[in-house]
Ligand binder design. Structure first.
Ligand code: MN
Length: 732
């Protein structure tokens, strides 16, 4: 679509005769005459007759080889908006189809674009597609925009920038999606001229300077390829590929490259007759010049989303510079240049198939290529997009400020309100649609401007809202509101229930509901606070009995232990009393002496493992003392010493040991000491505890042990108890 010269109606008619039947040409010329009559006396900003504009729009559509209905729509696209002609009149004069196209273009014209952010531009593009039920509406709109851009110089500068920006963000990407690269490039280049004239003209200058040098080089390449291709009898059309200003500009900006780095990249395009020839030519190219690794792309086997097909490769060209080569069939080239329009193109001799099925097939095809599937960034969005997979299922509406909001079709003002903000949703009391009060269950339509009325005194959502809202977002927020509202109620109810259950377990709530204990339990149930825990009990997300059981588990356990301990001590005492009735074997051997009465001294209580010595008493046999017992270390006593030793197997026997434990006098210390000994499976035969004024506690215990190893373990265990200062083995 390089030509930007004005086409006259006579030229247009001749061009149309090239592909339309005589009847069809008559039909479009009738539309022209009707439009000319309607627009007479109207002038454009350029001063020329208004009809020039519809002629150019129709001309662009003829360039795209569009069907007569679309071309007629091009001629008539402004009459309803700008003249007294009504849609009904068009329908009566022509047919429903033409009227429908004109209506579509008129409606698209009313969408106010407000450049803000990428998402908004994206929504605008989607809205265009959604609103234009027939894609030919978009094609007319693109042709309209293209001619308006070609004549942009007649508008004031600020309007130029606005239109150029809008074109770059909405219309050029739309043309790209539809695969109409011819229109896309021209729209981009013109937009750049108005948005960044300095850069635009700089690139134009640079291109001019290099042109001669470049052209001779390209010609050399073309000659070489032509020669090679002719040798294998392949018919091919070889061209130097024009580079577009905007794409050069983008590469310079985005990839931060110098002009030379981009423009010196030579590019040729080879058009052939068949797919087989595409690959044959590729083989020739790769034989002539060395391919650059990683640059070959097969878009024939794997077409792009907009149906673009071609082979791309880059080779090291004749002068050692990279040379880009595109190879495709002429048909593929049509698609590459005219995209969806090529698909729609009216072929002479064939009537446009207007039957329902073929039309539906085409629509499906449009929607497939229009799927914005690469724009979904994360899983959540992807799932959302699956739910609303066709644009026809979406409705696009405006905030009073002009932002576009996309909602599933069937959405109501409440869905819109919750999309804007949760608080706005909760405080909604009504809605104005296009300035008029409407009920809250009004079904939103494309292009509606919605003003939500709120009140701070609102009591919030009603249960009905859950039924009438369409989006899961709104429903979730309404549910959240109800949950939160009942929260206070649930917390106090939950707390009462838990306390009751605690009492049922014979525990004082005060004892169980310490901060520490509560934290332990709510974390265990994955709540973040005790309020959450109580609230969950309140709305019966969890039973009070379970919470109470868990809250009291430690208290009940320690009670059981205390009972156990008391029983153990009692048992030990009884056992000792029993034992005293019998004469026990001391487990000590006196060397060379049999049948000697040997007993263990009560003052130092020696146990196996201790160094011991025997002491010959006056008339009471031998008593065995620890070697360090002061009672037998006097000079006088030494004369009565006797060597003794422990029998080897001592495991069955038990010996008394006195321990004295001192520590800080706190509640529970004695219990913990007894518990520790008990844990070591050791019997206690005597316990005595006292404390002094300085809060020093002294606990004396007598325990039954097997040997010094056993004793050492017990002492170590006792020393681990908090507030125990010292453990000593006592001698009386
Ligand atoms: Mn127009």
């Amino acid at each position: 679509m390089a030509k930007s010269d004005i086409i006259t109606i006579e030229q247009l008619e001749i061009q149309a005769q090239g592909y339309l039947s005589a009847d069809d040409v008559k039909f479009i010329m009738w539309a022209y005459e009707y439009a000319e009559e309607a627009h007479k006396d109207q002038y454009r900003k350029s001063g020329e007759a208004y009809i020039i504009h519809p002629i150019q729009v129709a001309g662009i559509l003829v360039d795209l080889r569009m069907d007569p209905v679309t071309v007629a729509g091009g001629f008539l696209h402004d009459v309803v908006e700008d003249t007294d002609i009504t849609l009904e009149m068009i329908e009566e004069e022509f047919n429903t189809e033409v009227a429908m196209l004109v209506d579509g273009v008129t409606k698209l014209g009313k969408i106010k674009y407000k450049s803000k952010e990428a998402q908004q531009a994206e929504n605008h593009r989607k809205m265009f597609v959604a609103m234009a039920k027939d894609i030919r509406v978009i094609l007319i709109k693109l042709a309209d925009r293209l001619h308006n851009m070609r004549t942009l110089k007649f508008l004031p500068p600020e309007k130029q920038r606005l239109k150029a920006n809008e074109t770059l963000e909405i219309f050029a990407p739309l043309a790209h999606r539809l695969g109409i690269s011819a229109i896309k490039w021209e729209l981009e280049d013109i937009s750049l001229r108005y948005l960044n004239p300095q850069q635009y003209y700089r690139i134009v200058q640079l291109m001019k300077q290099k042109r001669d040098q470049r052209e001779s080089y390209i010609n050399e390449v073309i000659q070489e390829v032509t020669k090679q291709v002719e040798e294998v009898n392949i018919e091919a059309e070889i061209n130097g590929r024009p580079k577009h200003l905007y794409s050069i500009y983008q590469k310079m900006i985005k990839q931060n490259k110098q002009f030379n780095e981009i423009y010196d990249l030579l590019a040729v395009r080879i058009l052939v007759n068949s797919i087989k020839d595409c690959y044959a030519v590729l083989g020739i190219i790769h034989t002539c010049w060395k391919p650059m690794p990683g640059r070959f792309k097969d878009y024939i086997a794997m077409p792009k989303q907009n149906l673009y097909q071609s082979l791309h490769t880059t080779v090291i060209g004749p002068k050692g510079d990279p040379l880009e080569v595109q190879i495709r069939t002429k048909e593929m080239h049509e698609i590459a240049e005219y995209g969806i329009a090529a698909h729609w193109a009216y072929k002479e001799g064939k009537q446009v198939n207007r039957d329902k099925k073929s039309f539906e097939e085409k629509l499906t095809w449009f929607r497939e290529i229009l799927e914005w599937q690469n724009d979904t960034h994360d899983a959540e969005e992807f799932v959302e997009s699956l739910k609303v997979d066709l644009f026809s299922d979406m409705v696009y509406v405006f905030t009073p400020k002009g932002d576009v909001i996309e909602l599933p079709s069937g959405s109501i003002p409440l869905d819109f309100a919750y999309r804007i903000h949760t608080e706005i949703g909760n405080q909604t009391i009504g809605a104005k649609i296009n300035g008029k009060m409407e009920p809250l269950d009004y079904k939103l339509k494309n292009g509606d401007i919605i003003e939500v009325l709120t009140s701070k005194h609102s009591y919030g959502p009603s249960q009905d809202w859950l039924k009438i809202t369409q989006t899961s977002q709104a429903k979730n927020k309404i549910r959240q509101f109800f949950k939160k509202q009942r929260r206070e109620e649930n917390i106090s109810k939950g707390k009462d229930l838990v306390e009751k259950e605690i009492r049922a377990l014979d525990v004082e709530p005060k004892e169980a509901l310490t901060d520490e204990n509560l934290k332990r339990i709510y974390e265990r149930f994955n709540f973040t606070s005790e309020e959450d825990l109580y609230a969950a009990v309140g709305y019966q997300g969890i039973t009070a009995a379970l919470v109470a059981t868990r809250l009291t588990d430690k208290i009940r356990q320690s009670r059981l232990k205390e009972q156990d301990l008391a029983q153990t001590i009692e048992g030990a005492k009884n056992e000792y009393k029993e034992r005293k009735k019998y004469k026990k074997d001391s487990g000590v051997i006196v060397e060379g002496v049999d049948n000697l009465l040997v007993r263990l001294s009560k003052c130092c209580n020696p146990v196996p493992g201790d160094e011991i010595l025997g002491y010959i008493t006056k008339g009471r046999g031998v008593s065995v003392h620890r070697a360090d017992c002061p009672n037998v270390l006097t000079e006088e006593a030494k004369e009565r010493h006797l060597d003794v030793e422990w029998e080897e197997d001592q495991t069955q026997k038990q010996y008394h040991v006195d321990l004295e434990i001192s520590g800080y006098d706190r509640r529970g210390l004695l219990n913990e000491v007894l518990q520790a000994v008990n844990e070591m499976k050791t019997n206690i035969t005597h316990v005595n505890g006292r404390s002094d004024r300085n809060k020093m506690a002294v606990i004396q215990i007598t325990i039954l042990i097997h040997n010094t190893n056993h004793l050492r373990k017990i002492v170590e265990r006792i020393k681990q108890i908090k507030d125990v200062y010292a453990v000593t083995r006592t001698i009386q």
